[in-house]
Design a protein around this ligand. Structure first.
Ligand code: GRF
Length: 202
């Protein structure tokens, strides 16, 4: 059984699926701690309902990152909870080197595009506006450069003629939920090996 920690700022649909997979033993994990930078975030309410330890930790004065002392506090709380893997599930702040070196190669993120296309915010909207035929999602290890770490898994989703940002995002999220659980399972089984930029699935 692996202990994992989850960071999120939003509604927590990926968290909910991961929590369900943990509870039904689809993946051999225990969610030891959920932290959020947003008071009253959906993810905290969902965690509370499931009896999973969860906390809001105030992010400090910056908008796109945590204040350095706060970031260390996040790392401290996760270490104290005995967490081995960190899952970013809609966490809207960039994590910096001190945090990432405390959990080297042990932080995963899911991004709603086929990286390296469309990094950054509202990637599904970027793909739609660009006129791409396919969108998708990417699970990757987190490095200090945003949305640029070694890719673990990707799934494609067609962009349909009548798609709106909302319909496309919903279709991508369905794939996210499947893909994230799969990536966590592979990690738990010790089947992900990082070789430079590439992740070999054993
Ligand atoms: C997802 O679309 C994910 O790709 C992005 O943030 C969103 C989180 O959604 N990183 P949710 O809170 O898991 O529903």
């Amino acid at each position: 059984m692996k202990r994992i920690g989850i960071l999120g700022s939003g509604k927590g649909s990926n968290f909910a699926i991961i929590a369900e997979a943990a509870q039904t033993k689809t993946i051999p994990v225990e969610i030891a701690l959920v932290l959020s930078d947003v008071p009253g975030a959906g993810i905290l309410a969902l965690a509370e309902r499931r009896g999973i330890p969860c906390r809001f930790v105030a992010p400090g004065k910056f908008r796109t990152k945590l204040e350095p002392e706060v970031e260390l506090e996040y790392a401290r709380q996760l270490k104290e909870a005995g967490v081995e893997l960190i899952i970013l599930a809609g966490f809207m702040r960039i994590l910096k080197a001190p945090f990432l070196s405390a959990f080297e190669n042990r932080v995963m993120n899911i991004h709603p595009s086929l990286l390296p296309a469309f990094p950054g915010l509202e990637a599904w909207k970027q793909a739609l506006e660009y006129g791409a035929r396919y969108a998708g999602c990417t699970v990757h290890f987190v490095t200090p450069e945003m949305d640029a770490g070694p890719i673990i898994q990707q799934a494609t989703v067609p962009i349909l003629p009548d798609d709106t940002p909302e319909t496309l995002h919903a279709r991508i999220q369905q794939e996210e939920h499947r893909l994230y659980v799969e990536a966590i399972r592979l990690w738990c089984e010790g089947r992900l090996r990082i070789e430079g930029r590439r992740v070999r699935i054993l």
